[in-house]
Ligand binder design. Structure first.
Ligand code: FES
Ligand SMILES: [Fe+2]
Length: 412
């Protein structure tokens, strides 16, 4: 029976609250600001991969979801550091290109420095202020270079050579944050990796919708490729979710039946630590997915820029040791599944776009179900529920009743 307006907007009574969320959590401005402050400001996020800044003095910028702009730079000492992309003089952005190398001089200053174009203050790769033009004439002894260094942001490089950043100087270490969630991928991340693919989607949708999609496999009905390479196998239905502290989840591996898709020949390259045609998947709170499907490795990082506006960065990796032939096969495989015109990724983006469009109308949005219970098996939605427990713990709101009297959810 179809429902009238009142019934449509009622929370489902036959399900406990942990099994659905109020769609307002996807569109509310205030909740988004709280997420920036209480989640993104405090967690470890992947800004880029070390192979994107391979040479000394290479840099890359990163739009941080808590609202910051960062410069990630490899120093003369080979160490990777991150700084706010803000000049301490009058707040100008220090670099405007998304990537480059500071060995080149710029119109405002010499090489091997970060020079602000506004008044030519200059900084070295450690963030120290090394030049203030006509300092003594104007500031006398009141302004000293040593008091005007850049704001350094915590960096850890690891788990496959990724550059992780954290805005919170007192946050737990990366290892503590991950709580073992990437341990099972260690054999797959043991060899040096190299990026071969980057693209970015910009969607009218909420970052949690993307995370929801990555943390449930019931939506394999969306993916023709996954259905015919996965559903006929016993291993597919045996895959299980394993949850970790701090909101992370893993789906246990499987081997896909690519011969059903007529593409077995491409797949015999493999990936270290994975069986032939193997697939490993880990989803990290609040929006990073490691997806290794031999012979290619994709990682996505979600960068919300508003409650209903999302950048998602997609990267593809091979092994640094690849021969040209091996690399070509990885690229071909990656792009045929996960490239912008591949067989899998655009389908996920289509669903996200549809959710973003439909749920943006808050008066018409139904409650969103996360209610599948299948003993943590592949079509169970425990991954999503686990994410929302952590979300709730950090935000201090219930996702099913976000505007009820604020409550505190016990730490896991
Ligand atoms: S704002 Fe950067 S030098 Fe003045
Ligand atoms: Fe998908």
């Amino acid at each position: 029976m179809a429902r009238n307006s009142e019934a449509w907007t009622h929370a489902p009574e036959s399900l406990e609250k942990g099994y659905f969320v109020d769609p307002k959590i996807y569109v509310d401005d205030g909740i988004f600001r709280e997420e920036q402050e209480k989640i993104f400001e405090k967690v470890w996020l992947i800004a880029c991969h070390e192979s994107e800044i391979e040479a000394r003095f290479d840099y890359r910028t990163y739009k941080h979801p808590a609202g910051h702009n960062l410069i990630i730079v490899r120093g003369e000492d080979d160490k990777i550091r991150a700084f706010l992309n803000i000049c301490p003089h009058r707040g100008n952005a220090l670099v405007s290109e998304s990537s480059g190398n500071f060995t080149e001089a710029c119109p405002s200053g010499g090489p091997y420095r970060i020079t602000c174009i506004f008044h030519a203050w200059a900084f070295d790769m450690k963030g120290e202020c090394v030049d203030i033009p006509r300092r003594a004439e104007g500031y006398q002894e009141r302004v000293k270079k040593c008091d005007f260094g850049l704001r350094e942001v915590r960096v850890e490089v690891g788990y496959g050579g990724f550059v992780w950043v954290n805005m919170d100087d007192s946050a737990p270490t990366l290892k503590e944050h991950l709580a073992g969630a990437l341990d099972s991928l260690e054999p797959m991340l043991s060899e040096p990796l190299e990026i071969f693919h980057y693209h970015r989607a910009i969607i009218d949708g909420n970052f949690k919708m993307w995370h929801d999609t990555n943390s449930e496999l019931y939506h394999d009905y969306l993916h023709y490729h996954n259905r015919i390479t996965g559903f006929p196998t016993k291993e597919y239905w045996e895959r299980k979710f394993i949850t970790y502290k701090n909101g992370h989840a893993q789906v246990t591996g499987m081997r896909l039946k690519y011969d059903n898709y007529g593409s077995q020949a491409k797949r015999n390259l493999g990936w270290p630590g994975l069986p032939p045609n193997g697939w490993a998947l880990v989803d990290l709170f609040p929006g990073i997915t490691f997806n290794i499907r031999a012979p290619a490795f994709r990682i996505d990082t979600a960068i919300p820029i508003g409650p209903n506006r999302l950048f998602i960065e997609f990267r593809g990796f091979g092994l640094k040791s690849d021969t040209p032939e091996q690399r070509a096969r990885r690229i071909n495989d990656h792009n045929s599944i996960w490239g912008p015109f591949g067989r899998n990724l655009p389908e996920d983006l289509l669903a996200l776009t549809g959710q973003g469009q439909a749920l943006a109308d808050r008066s018409e949005a139904p409650f969103i179900l996360h209610g599948r219970n299948e003993n943590n098996k592949i079509h169970d939605e425990v991954g999503m529920r686990h994410f929302y427990q952590e979300w709730s713990r950090r935000i201090g709101r219930s996702p099913s009743e976000p505007f009820a009297v604020k409550h505190q959810v016990a730490a896991e």
